[in-house]
Design a protein around this ligand. Structure first.
Ligand code: SF4
Length: 353
């Protein structure tokens, strides 16, 4: 049980600064953190890195956040998506008491600002009417993180978070209510939850519940303290050789490239087999974002697919073009020659009416 501390922002910014590149997984240009700290306290969470001791015990509640956000929305484009995804679950238990996330969504709904919300908590189901309203005129995508469907493994890896079955159920109920949904298989932990069998089962279960897309990413270990915390958790899961981290991570923060290349390709193939899009498909956000953001995402997602398939030249070219488009550069000859140009042209160079 965490304790809650009311801590108004007092005019400190609610939104992050505009991202230098669009977030390929969350489609976002800005990030918004609602509560600071997370009672679910998953041991693999990056949030521990910023608050190694109190992360899951003290949750700070910026009570004036909705008002501050309302003020900041006047300065940003309605075509930029805000991701409520960072370092804290917006529907953790504190939300029952403060309803700060609900107030924030109301502000976003009134402004017509697109957003993507990441949560593990079925508490979000109480806000379905609001999410529906947002999707009638704009965009509110909901994602949940799932790293396994095995309740025993889930309890060992993220024991305070809602069980996988509850999260699968929340995805089904959101889909049934007409809310676009995605699943994040984050983090993939080498030799713990990354086998093809378990990932296929998980993605299949999501696809059966109508999930619109999937993303995945790896366990990052940015410092020694985090490594220690992860090692303690893994000790409850199985026995790992003492060279586990050295072999997989070396001195890096992420698993080696060769491991990721292999996993990325397998994950992409599983998604393709199941007919479950990897990354949000364009149809989900078409006409809901700034055309430049849409074009950037089309290029970025194409680049990622090429990268996963080992087509590095195509991947590099589309990453570069995505950067150009996002930065507002002129339409270059390379862009017009891109295989994606037929899709990009109506966004970037629409015929004069
Ligand atoms: S629920 Fe999300 S934000 Fe909260 S601790 Fe777990 S991973 Fe971190």
């Amino acid at each position: 049980m965490a304790y809650y501390v009311r801590e108004p922002l007092e005019q400190r910014p609610a939104l992050s600064s505009r991202r230098p590149t669009i977030n390929k997984f969350f489609l976002s240009t800005y990030t918004l953190t609602i509560y600071h700290g997370c009672e679910f306290g998953c041991p693999y969470c990056d949030g521990w890195v910023y608050d190694p001791h109190g992360f899951n015990r003290a949750v700070r509640v910026p009570t004036d956040l909705p008002q501050q956000l309302e003020h900041e929305l006047q300065q940003i484009s309605r075509g930029d998506l805000i991701a409520i995804t960072a370092l804290s679950d917006p529907y953790q238990p504190a939300e029952r008491s403060y309803r700060l996330t609900r107030q924030v969504l109301q502000v976003l709904a009134d402004a017509g600002q697109p957003c993507l919300i990441m949560t593990k908590s079925p508490l979000i189901l109480e806000d379905i009417p609001l999410l529906r309203r947002m999707n009638q005129t704009g965009l509110a995508i909901v994602m949940t993180t799932l790293i396994t469907t095995d309740p025993t493994l889930a309890t060992r890896l993220e024991g305070r978070a809602p069980l996988p079955a509850l999260r699968l159920d929340l995805l089904a109920r959101l889909h049934h209510a007409g809310i676009p949904t995605g699943v994040a298989l984050v983090p993939l932990i080498p030799y713990v939850n990354d086998s093809n069998t378990s990932m296929r089962r998980l993605l299949h279960d999501c696809q059966q519940r109508g999930v619109d897309f999937a993303i995945w990413d790896y366990l990052y270990i940015p410092d020694r303290q985090h490594r220690h915390r992860v090692a303690e958790t893994l000790a409850h899961v199985g026995t790992f050789p003492s060279s586990y981290y050295r072999d997989l991570y070396g001195d890096g923060v992420a698993p080696h490239d060769h491991y990721r290349r292999e996993r990325d390709l397998d994950m992409l193939r599983i998604c393709d087999d199941l007919g479950l899009p990897a990354f949000a498909p364009h149809a989900l956000y078409a006409g809901k974002l700034d055309p430049r953001n849409e074009a950037t995402l089309l290029l970025r997602h194409s680049a990622l697919r090429s990268q996963y398939l080992g087509q590095q030249r195509m991947a590099d070219q589309h990453h570069q073009l995505a950067d150009q488009v996002y930065a507002g550069g002129p339409i270059s000859p390379e862009l017009r020659q891109s295989v994606l140009w037929p899709q990009l042209a109506p966004l970037l160079d629409p015929p004069a009416s």
